[in-house]
Design a protein around this ligand. Structure first.
Ligand code: ATP
Ligand code: ZN
Length: 225
């Protein structure tokens, strides 16, 4: 459990979600003293601490109650929930809001020179991915027996390197796939960033602060529409 009476929010330290997270906090009125190397940034105008970590750590920090809130891509959230369920660990969160950034999709892709392929082509193939649990759920749903090869980075070079026949990776514009001679296939998950809460949170002051911030967050979202 969180050991302070300040609301703890986990965000990505550096990466595609960091700037949008910092902007969002600012827009809802949370003033932060952000020094580049610090793990924790204290708000100067509210009882809030912001923990800056790798995005992969965010779901677990919120599920375990180390942080009260977190902002993370649904791709990372869904993968981590499946992983934790496999290990019989608590995987519950409350999704307070989907946010209007971090849009991407998890899609299948294979070498362009093979041309268009149907789902049957994946039968018996090796598919490189950073999201093996989401991929396995998809393969099961579609009744395809293929294997997931877990890679934490450079997934798009796996077919060329002979590590896999195809990939299942995050795509936003498709430029990376094209640059690596890959053809994009079916989308298996549409994702964007979301705000999650630890469901066991009971501290009335923290809950009241969240209730105060949520309408501001809705206001910021509506103003952008
Ligand atoms: P970290 O060092 O925090 O682990 P990372 O390299 O895993 O960072 P980023 O590449 O910064 O992660 O992406 C963070 C999140 O941004 C992704 O999990 C996803 O939700 C979202 N995202 C949006 N567009 C893309 C994209 N084109 N490629 C990858 N992720 C994207
Ligand atoms: Zn990551």
């Amino acid at each position: 459990m969180s050991n302070t009476n300040r609301l703890r929010i986990a965000i990505q330290k550096s990466g595609r979600l960091s700037k949008d997270c910092q902007d969002l906090l600012k827009q809802i009125g949370v003033k932060l003293n952000l020094r580049e190397q610090r793990l924790i940034a204290h708000s100067t105008n509210m009882p809030i601490d912001v923990l800056r970590v790798r995005d992969d750590d965010i779901p677990g920090l919120v599920m375990d109650g180390v942080c009260d809130l977190g902002i993370v891509g649904e791709n990372v959230l869904v993968e981590s929930q499946a992983e934790r369920q496999n290990q019989q660990q608590n995987a519950d969160v409350i999704t307070l809001s989907k946010l209007d950034f971090g849009f991407c999709r998890l899609a299948l892709a294979w070498p362009q020179e093979l041309g268009e392929q149907s789902k049957d082509w994946f039968e018996g193939k090796r598919i490189a991915t950073t999201y093996p649990e989401i991929l396995k759920q998809y393969l099961k749903r579609e009744n395809i027996s293929a294997s997931a090869v877990m890679l934490t980075g450079s997934v798009e070079v796996a077919p060329r390197a002979g590590l896999a026949d195809a990939i299942c990776d995050l795509v936003s514009t498709g430029a990376t796939l094209e640059a690596n001679g890959l053809m994009q296939g079916e989308t298996i998950l549409e994702s964007n960033a979301c705000l999650i809460q630890n469901p066991a949170l009971q501290d009335p002051e923290k809950l009241a602060l969240i209730e105060k911030l949520m309408p501001r967050l809705k206001g910021v979202k509506q103003a952008k529409e």
